[in-house]
Ligand binder design. Structure first.
Ligand code: APR
Length: 245
């Protein structure tokens, strides 16, 4: 028998119509620090200097220093039990889609099929000038931004602050949020719009919100079930076990 709150989560999931919204917290146990917890990426890199489209245009070499560190962490990361549990929920028909704010490809690596990349992804590298994909991946080391044959600077197709959400992902994620009966909100501080508005969109449309987070967030007081204080890497497999019981 799992904890009562896990049993409740499993019961709601059994009703079907489940979507997940994930943030950096689900990948912390895979070795990728999140952004805003102690020791998070934004403690080392001031977002206004490293994560905005303006910063990229003004000083791509500096932004690529952060991008390379993130790229190395992503390359070394493997899906953890949280990613695998969500992929299992989908495989067994208990989860319709994962909307992720993460760019680390770990949901796909865990076997998830329907992953909506709300903030783009780090694997797709293009030229900021001509839009072409380079024939070869950018050089692994080097202190400056990799360049395209046309002379433009290469960039990963992650969404920088100040850029729009990819329209296809925005429309699909909004539809999923409005149609789901239960939204699992996993490992996000729910502080960055418009992703942070998706749980409210779901709740307004009648969905139940289940929050899984190490800490309380602004969502915790509106969640119908707040599984707070335990890692997603523990809680998601526990929900899967409760579903199997
Ligand atoms: N299990 C569950 N939750 C966790 C875990 C874990 N093992 N580790 C950390 N968390 C929680 C933290 O408590 C925090 O609430 O995950 C959340 C991570 O929050 P952020 O670091 O703000 O990451 P996220 O919400 O994904 O940020 C949203 O902001 O910087 C931009 O584009 C970036 O996509 C990112 C967006």
């Amino acid at each position: 028998m799992e904890a009562p709150s896990v049993e409740t989560a499993a019961r709601w999931i059994r009703d079907g119509g489940v979507a997940a919204l994930t943030g950096a917290g689900i990948s912390v146990d895979s070795g990728i620090p999140d952004f805003r917890s102690a020791g998070g990426l934004w403690e080392r890199y001031e977002p206004s200097q490293y994560a905005t489209i303006e910063a990229f245009r003004q000083d791509p070499d500096r932004v690529w220093r952060m991008l390379r560190e993130m790229g190395d962490l992503i390359d070394a990361a493997r899906p953890n039990a949280g990613h695998l549990a969500l992929a299992q929920l989908e495989a067994r028909g208990h989860l319709d889609a994962v909307i992720t704010q993460n760019v680390d490809d770990l949901h796909q690596a865990a076997g998830a099929k329907r992953v909506i990349e709300f903030h783009g992804n780090a694997r797709d590298i293009r030229c900021a000038r001509c839009g072409e994909r380079p024939a070869a991946p950018p050089p692994p080391d080097g202190v400056c931004a990799p360049r395209c044959a046309c002379g433009g600077v290469l960039r990963p197709m992650v969404v920088f602050f100040g850029e729009p959400i990819p329209p296809g992902a925005f429309v699909e994620a909004s539809e999923v949020a409005q149609k789901c009966r239960t939204m699992l909100v996993v490992g996000t501080s729910a502080t960055v719009a418009p992703a942070s508005l998706l749980p409210m969109l779901a709740k307004t449309a009648g969905a139940r919100l289940i929050e899984i987070n190490l800490e309380e967030t602004s969502l915790s007081r509106i969640a119908d079930l707040a599984l707070v204080g335990r890692s997603a890497t523990e809680v998601l497999p526990a929900i899967l076990r409760a579903l199997d019981a």
